[in-house]
Design a protein around this ligand. Sequence first.
Ligand code: DAH
Length: 338
Amino acid sequence: MMDDLSSLREKFLEELYRTGDLAGLEDLRVRYLGKKGLLTNQIKELGSLPADQRKQAGSVINETKAFVEREIGLKRAALKDKELREKFASESLDITLPGSYCAPGKLHPVTQVLNEITSIFISMGFSVEEGPEVELDYYNFEALNIPKDHPARDMQDTFYIENEIVMRTHTSPVQVRVMQKSKPPLKFIAPGKVYRCDADISHTPMFHQIEGLMVDEGISFSHLKAVLENFLRSFFGTGVPVRFRPSYFPFTEPSAEVDIGCIFCGGQGCKTCKGSGWIEILGAGMVNPKVFEMAGHNPEKYSGFAFGMGIERITMIKYSIDDIRLFFENDLRFLGQF
Ligand code: DAH
């Protein structure tokens, strides 16, 4: 029996050595220590030994059993440790790998300039209004004192939806819509898209304008001058020269076009200002009394000024862009520069 036990022990060690995972180890444990295990059988055989050998054999068996249990315990701990390490290794992240690049989006240059202009007027106490892009002929023309035979109504300039419905050709109709629903004092700007049947290096069928209107008792041309000079100097720089030139718009009287000193040549005359030293920025004037009447306000009581400017044009001047179509081609090499 002693020989049996010592070869059992050796056999066990050999098998233990070859066991590579926890399932195999459990198998091994059952084969030696289970109910019908090799060691358990040895214990059962103790009874058949002569009484004088029983005690010594019993203690060797117990010692072998304890040995087998201890070795299995140690191996189990080692295998668990190994499994855990393998699991960690398979789940590990290499945080030094470069991530996949996601290019951040940017606002379109026209949107950037529109936002900048809007915030200058907001800082002067103007609110922001909107109007429809599909507009009634009445608001786009009639109520702005643009008579039926005015050249601006020509099919060549205006997109007609139906006889009395157009794509608005300017943001000026918002003046009338706001005056109809609210009483003075009024002080707002109205940015938005406008449409004209025109396309070349400096015209696109859709572009953006910002309209402005200020109406109250006692508003004069000097208010107009102060507001627009303050705007132009905030936008183009404190020292920029500003010039008001007499002009004509059906909805203002008197009317003016407003120029700034050419920012490219400093007024010397260059290609951009066509040698004049001045660049035209916007149209403006005192609200025509007829417009007040059509909007339901008494022109004897109220006066006001209005102005309108093209955003693409101002963006082109600000960034020296010579072709308006670049804004609408969605070329990221162009758009990424702003
Ligand atoms: N609506 C004009 C245009 O599209 C621009 C304009 C000029 C607006 C004078 C005004 C103004 O409010 O007073 O050309």
